[in-house]
Design a protein around this ligand. Structure first.
Ligand SMILES: [Zn+2]
Length: 315
């Protein structure tokens, strides 16, 4: 159960900076361990947590405001990041500018963590078996260009991707519970509703080939069905796929043609009026002018993406 419970290690980027301090990097380069430690069950101790996962500070979210719930116990090397509360607030302010308030009602907590140059963001339900409130985690070491919203910026892309998880796995989309009796796609958190975004996408691009999918080894699957995925990371599993598709849906300037299934997945989201509305809202905020000027593909980090999932990095 636990292994399906989180959507972590959204993107891994080989950040040159992390290589400058091998000692530090080695402390945090075990994605699997990080993931396991994050497999919260809602009953985590309030102090003295093992902090190999890089967790820094947890906040409660109320509207546009955040209030500190706790600081995690951190190694000396992370203290300055933890105590940089101004930066934490800057990151949250960035989220509030990116995502309209009325679209954030499922975000109950905000966590700032240090991703060790690998992990950029994650989400998880605040409480197990309750998909109505989510913890939204962003990596302080990946946070950059927080003063504006620029779709060419990787961190912006990551925040949209993470929001895509909340959007597609919340209680309105997925009914918490076990797989028994579920006739739709089962992402792990529960049974997706028939007309949910993730189930519709599953039927469009996964159902007929799902027997071939091995979550522990998605790379051959991706190589075989490349034209079905907007990125290699999207082939990690359907939940990552829909988050990637959502990020493309938001950040790409134009609706793509229907020439392949990857594009058809993006076009699928255009069939939902509330998503088109959301897209327009995100793209029309005053600070998003740069969004229209180009594509996130132009980000110099793009070529350095690699797939890192709950089983570690694939290449
Ligand atoms: Zn993800």
């Amino acid at each position: 159960m636990k292994k399906h419970f989180l959507f972590l290690l959204v993107f891994a980027v080989l950040v040159a900076a992390c290589k400058k301090d091998e000692g530090f990097y080695n402390e945090f380069n075990d994605g699997q361990e990080w993931t396991d430690n994050q497999a919260g069950n809602g009953n985590e101790p309030q102090t003295n947590e093992n902090n190999e996962d890089g967790s820094l500070t947890l906040y409660e979210v109320t509207g546009d405001a955040i209030a500190k719930i706790k600081d995690y116990e951190v190694p000396q090397s992370l203290l300055t990041y933890q105590q940089d509360y101004a930066k934490h607030q800057e990151i949250w302010d960035f989220v509030t500018r990116l995502l309209p308030l009325e679209e954030r009602d499922k975000i109950g907590q905000f966590e700032v963590f240090h991703g060790g140059g690998e992990v950029l963001g994650y989400v998880t339900p605040v409480n197990e078996n309750d998909l109505s409130k989510w913890r939204f985690g962003l990596a302080i070491d990946a946070a950059e260009q927080l003063d504006g919203i620029d779709f060419k910026n990787l961190f912006t892309y990551v925040a949209i991707h993470e929001y895509g998880h909340v959007l597609t796995l919340n209680d309105g989309q997925v009914m918490a519970g076990s797989e028994a009796g579920c006739n739709n796609y089962f992402p792990g958190e529960g049974c997706s509703r028939s007309n949910s975004y993730i189930n519709r996408m599953f039927e469009l691009g996964w159902k007929d080939i799902y027997r071939e999918f091995d979550e522990n080894n998605p790379e051959p699957f991706y190589e075989k069905y490349k034209d079905r995925f907007v990125t290699d990371y999207a082939a990690t599993n359907p939940a990552e796929d829909i988050a990637e598709v959502f990020a493309f849906f938001i950040t790409q300037e134009n609706k793509p043609d229907a020439s392949n299934i990857a594009n058809q997945k993006i076009r699928l989201l255009y069939e939902f009026p509330e998503l088109v509305d959301l897209r327009n809202k995100i793209r029309s905020t005053g600070s998003t002018v740069a969004l229209r000027a180009g594509s996130w593909r132009e980000n110099p980090l793009y070529g350095k993406f690699k797939i890192c999932g709950r089983k570690g990095c694939l290449h």
